[in-house]
Ligand binder design. Structure first.
Ligand SMILES: Nc1ncnc2c1ncn2[C@@H]1O[C@H](COP(=O)(O)OP(=O)(O)O)[C@@H](O)[C@H]1O
Ligand SMILES: [Mg+2]
Length: 259
């Protein structure tokens, strides 16, 4: 088993921003959730978005992919202002894909049928579709349950199907909302390796991960943003963040360790 440390990418050098959030603010029913949130993620970066429950992490993902429009601010992808661009066009034009926090699969379809359904939308050639489906089944070790309906899978297996579905389109930007939820220790390591491999296969590809398994996120990310009290209160490499007083006070606590 490879040691986790080998996963971390420390030689990242790209300068171009892939995703920028500029002064994003959002309220739900007059309750402000995000206040003047800005951050940049560069091409090829794997970024982590951490923060306490209910702070607005999923909301940020929904804003980036276009499910929610912010009250104020802009979303820039590949130097294009996409704030007014609908979700399907963001997916097609910018290769954006999301693994939602919950759901993301058709409960009454089997694992195989779920992958087939998504492949018919995103892959034109049938031979290529079947090849990709087989690859995903094998990558996520779903062979034994490929004919089981999603509603009868374990939480972790369902998460794997949802992640496999998000990768069918060969996305360039992958937003993963709690991808480690429900995964056992070995599956967590496999997914960490998969995420890092996605980045090494394509140097421009970028990935944003939000998860409560903070250590699992920090082991594979180039950069971390900590969201608390409606704002980004700390950002930096995992090493920098671990010693950041704001991040300790509002999120990590004193006893937190990466390994
Ligand atoms: N559609 C909605 N209507 C009203 N409040 C919402 C809605 N979606 C999320 N919220 C609230 O916004 C806050 C942020 O939610 P969320 O982004 O899901 O947090 P996180 O992912 O960080 O746990 C929470 O307090 C949640 O209750
Ligand atoms: Mg969430």
């Amino acid at each position: 088993m490879a040691i986790i440390k080998k996963f971390r990418i420390t030689t990242f050098k790209k300068e171009k921003n892939k995703i920028s959030l500029q002064k994003i603010s959002l309220s739900y029913n007059k309750r402000q959730i995000l206040d003047d949130v800005s951050f940049n993620i560069r091409e090829g970066e794997i970024a982590g978005l951490l923060g306490p429950n209910g702070v607005g992490k999923s909301t940020i993902f929904n804003i980036i992919c276009g499910l929610i429009k912010p009250d104020y601010g802009n979303i820039i992808i590949n130097q294009h202002n996409v704030t007014e661009i609908p979700i399907y066009k963001r997916a097609i034009d910018f290769g954006l894909s999301i693994v939602p926090q919950s759901g993301g699969v058709f409960s009454n379809l089997s694992c195989l049928e779920n992958l087939k359904a998504i492949s018919e939308i995103v892959i034109k050639k049938k031979s290529e579709r079947n090849f990709k489906i087989e690859k995903m089944i094998s990558k996520f070790e779903l062979d034994a349950v490929k004919n089981t309906k999603a509603k009868h899978l374990s939480g972790g297996q369902r998460k794997k199907v949802s992640i496999a579905m998000s990768l069918m389109s060969d996305p360039k930007i992958i937003l993963m909302d709690e991808p480690f939820q429900g995964l056992d220790i070995l599956s967590t390591r496999d997914l960490q390796e998969t995420i890092v491999n996605l980045q090494t296969e394509d140097n421009n590809r970028c990935c944003i991960i939000s998860d409560h398994a903070a250590a699992s996120v920090m082991q594979i990310t180039d950069k971390i943003f900590v969201l608390a009290n409606k704002k980004i209160i700390a950002q930096g490499t995992p090493g920098e963040l671990i010693n950041n007083e704001n991040a300790k006070k509002l999120y990590f606590g004193d006893a937190f360790k990466i390994n």
